[in-house]
Design a binder for this molecule. Structure first.
Ligand SMILES: Cc1cc2nc3c(=O)[nH]c(=O)nc-3n(C[C@H](O)[C@H](O)[C@H](O)COP(=O)(O)OP(=O)(O)OC[C@H]3O[C@@H](n4cnc5c(N)ncnc54)[C@H](O)[C@@H]3O)c2cc1C
Length: 421
């Protein structure tokens, strides 16, 4: 098995397959520990750490996150959703983690399970020869070129989207458009007590902010905005970021005593999807297939979930080739189910009707609990969560009709935003 990329998706599948006595090579272009954005995890991720036997390791380095707080200037209030109130009560919390730390734990775990893990080598080419298998070519930092032959390829190259680029099947998301600026602060004012580790989402006119407290005392802050707003920048990135923070008094207030610890980073238009995630002798995992938006902090969970599903799928492909196409179709269907469930909320997350429903939740037929289950990442099972989320959508459409003028003007703004990207 050959895995491109040693992030959460690549390291997880490498560990799972190596544990099942498969020969696995995972190649990472960088060296762990390396910086990566995406620090807020979901409760459903805890189940995956349990299965890997890593809960205690993550517990040691993570900041415990019992819930998510939403702050809306349009409603003049803050509301906290606690995961303990979700329909599935088994995972009442998650963690905020430095990704350099988390990703190194996962990478080392793959090595401990028997995978051959190589760092500092960028995969530059893959071929699928007619006599079977996969040929991969990599270039080390000193210029050395190495080739590998394997039976199956896993593309876990993240936003580099190695295979989707090569196959020409990566497309910008036509339904979503945003860009992010982010930095780490010392001295940010956190929520008191048990809520200290919660993520806070602040809405403002240009988009939304995340506020993620980390266990080393620093706080990750990011602004996710319309690309046209980011393009309007006339100052350096740090100044522009601080000016953007000033546009949202609620987060600015939390940062009055805070200091930026390193220069601000910007990520341009980042929403994309590949046409397909499987093929003869390959699967794509995590961000190598799709990335939409970080508002629900689901990226790491999705990446690891696709690795768990991918490991079973690959075993079927190798051991029972006559069932391969069925296994690949199932992998595709389950993965899309989770992604599509989240996408519906992501596309509407900055529209008034959805904000209203988030800020005034009503537990009609367990709908509020279902929303919490969504926030916890419980989107892959065919559980009662799905039926309740359907009810949520019905109420959303009804309330959009009742406020048709506002809905229309929000929709027009959304279309303008898509065109400006
Ligand atoms: C602004 C922003 C904020 C986010 N916030 C969150 C959040 O709060 N919570 C959350 O869960 N997710 C968040 N995400 C998403 C999250 O970061 C990703 O979904 C997650 O990292 C995906 O994991 P992955 O393993 O698929 O890819 P990655 O973590 O990107 O790992 C891919 C690895 O492949 C390596 N690689 C790439 N190309 C090659 C090559 N050719 N050869 C060898 N190695 C290669 C890379 O170096 C990298 O280490 C955020 C994303 C963005 C953009």
């Amino acid at each position: 098995m050959f895995v491109i990329g040693g992030g959460p998706a690549g390291s997880t599948i490498a560990a799972l397959l190596a544990e099942r006595r498969r020969s696995v090579v995972v190649v990472e272009k960088d060296h762990h520990p390396r910086f990566h954005i995406g620090e807020s995890l979901l409760p459903m991720n805890v189940e995956l750490f349990d299965k890997l036997g890593l809960r205690e390791d993550i517990e040691r380095v993570g900041m415990i996150k019992y819930g998510a707080e939403f702050i809306s200037p349009y409603h003049n209030k803050a509301l906290t959703f606690e995961f303990v109130n979700a329909l599935d009560k088994r995972f009442p919390y998650a963690w905020q983690v430095r990704r350099s730390v988390l990703d190194e734990i996962l990478f080392k775990h793959a090595i401990a399970k028997g995978a051959t893990a190589i760092e500092g080598c960028r995969i530059t080419g893959v071929e699928f020869p007619s006599d079977g298998g996969v040929l991969a070519t990599g270039e080390f930092e000193d210029g050395e070129i190495r080739r590998w032959r394997a039976r199956f390829l896993v593309d876990a190259s993240g936003r580099d989207t190695f295979l989707a680029n090569r196959l020409g099947i990566k497309h910008r998301n036509r339904r979503h458009n945003s860009a992010a600026l982010y930095g780490h602060f010392s001295g940010a004012r956190r929520a008191p007590g048990r809520a200290e580790g919660n993520i806070t989402i602040f809405w403002f006119d240009q988009g939304w902010f995340w506020f993620i407290p980390l266990s080393d005392g620093s706080t990750s802050v990011g602004a996710v905005c319309r690309p046209s707003y980011i393009k309007s920048r006339k100052t350096d990135l740090d100044t522009f970021f601080m000016d953007t923070i000033a546009l949202c008094p609620a987060i600015a207030e939390r940062l009055t005593e805070a200091r930026l610890m390193a220069p601000v980073t910007g990520t341009g238009n980042y929403s994309y999807r590949a046409e397909r995630m499987t093929g003869d002798r390959f699967v794509m995992l995590g961000d190598a297939f799709v990335f939409i938006d970080p508002i629900f902090s689901a990226g790491v969970f999705f990446a690891m979930h696709s690795a768990f599903l991918g490991a079973d799928t690959i075993e079927t492909c190798l051991d029972r080739p006559q069932q391969a196409s069925r296994a690949l179709r199932r992998f595709d269907a389950i993965t899309r189910r989770g992604i599509d469930t989240f996408s519906w909320y992501i596309y509407r997350a900055t529209r008034p009707a959805l904000r209203n429903m988030f800020m005034s939740p009503r537990n009609i037929l367990g709908m509020e609990q279902a929303m919490l289950s969504l926030l916890a990442g419980d989107v892959f099972r065919r559980s009662s969560v799905r039926a309740r989320l359907l009810l949520f959508k019905v109420i959303y459409y009804v309330s959009s009709m009742l406020t048709i003028r506002r809905t229309f003007s929000a929709w027009r703004q959304y279309r303008r935003n898509l065109q400006s990207g």
